[in-house]
Design a protein around this ligand. Structure first.
Ligand SMILES: Nc1ncnc2c1ncn2[C@@H]1O[C@H](COP(=O)(O)OP(=O)(O)OP(=O)(O)O)[C@@H](O)[C@H]1O
Ligand SMILES: [Mg+2]
Length: 239
């Protein structure tokens, strides 16, 4: 098991946002956590990268207890995040943004690995290669999301956490960005945890999913079964 979260609780000033959440991800899986506004999706991801300290529970990564580990250690272990609202550096070029994802990778072998990642990512995201010398501020919203994903992938992460990548994108772009994530999973073997309000788009590319409601996992299962589940169809797919 790559990630094992057990009974994770997170509180903001005594107010609990996650109430003992348990979930797991196997290596090579693409898993979604679906939830409405305020369900606790961002809180969950922030706790996984070490930006929020839990008030209870255990997080293990690759068999190692990382519950109290700081974020730079988690990054070194290969946990990376694509944060909410594609935070790209608008005054840097596309290429410079990508290289920010390789920050600290300075050894000879690491530099070679970065060059290799860059080549693969440019072929996967051709628009970024075409516009590599332009300022990131000139990219459209969907292209900025692609840049944000590619930047998180430059260091060849073991686990990619993706926070609501569909937010604010036109439906056609949502499908494009999700297809890229599916491709990263399929072709590069990248393990991905998506958190999403867009249940339909994320279930379509996921192997398994969890439903998070106000800090509790209320349902879990195979993604294609969830697409056909009455409760999911009513509450999340509007069917
Ligand atoms: N910094 C904070 N301080 C206090 N409460 C917070 C903080 N961040 C989040 N919360 C609360 O924790 C709960 C979960 O918020 P969170 O942002 O994790 O939800 P979310 O599922 O990511 O929502 P959205 O879909 O709107 O991004 C909410 O009730 C929110 O108000
Ligand atoms: Mg959020």
């Amino acid at each position: 098991m790559l990630l094992d979260v057990s009974g994770l609780s997170i509180a903001y000033k005594g107010l609990e946002a996650l109430h003992g959440v348990s979930l797991h991800i196997e290596e090579g899986e693409l898993v979604s956590v679906i939830g409405a506004n305020g369900a606790g999706k961002t809180t969950l991801l922030q706790s996984l990268i070490g930006w929020q300290q839990p008030s209870g529970g255990i997080v293990s990564f690759n068999g190692r207890d990382i519950t109290g580990e700081r974020s730079h250690i988690r990054a070194r272990l290969g946990i990376r995040i694509v944060p909410e609202k594609a935070r790209v550096f608008t005054r840097l070029t596309v290429h410079e943004n990508l290289m920010m994802g390789a920050y600290g990778m300075s050894g000879r072998r690491e530099k070679m690995a970065v060059r290799d990642s860059l080549r693969r990512l440019y072929s996967l995201f051709p628009v970024l290669e075409r516009r590599s010398g332009q300022l990131a501020s000139t990219l459209s919203g969907g292209e900025q999301q692609q840049l944000s994903i590619a930047r998180a992938c430059i260091s060849a992460p073991k686990l990619l956490l993706v926070d609501e990548v569909s937010m604010g994108l036109m439906p056609i772009l949502v499908d494009q960005v999700f297809e890229l994530l599916a491709q990263l999973n399929r072709e590069e073997g990248l393990t991905i945890l998506l958190v999403e309000q867009n249940a339909l788009a994320s279930l379509k590319i996921s192997h398994r999913a969890y439903v998070l409601e106000t800090g509790d996992i209320v349902l879990e299962g195979e993604a294609d079964r969830m697409l056909n589940d009455e409760r999911i169809r009513e509450a999340y797919l509007g069917i």
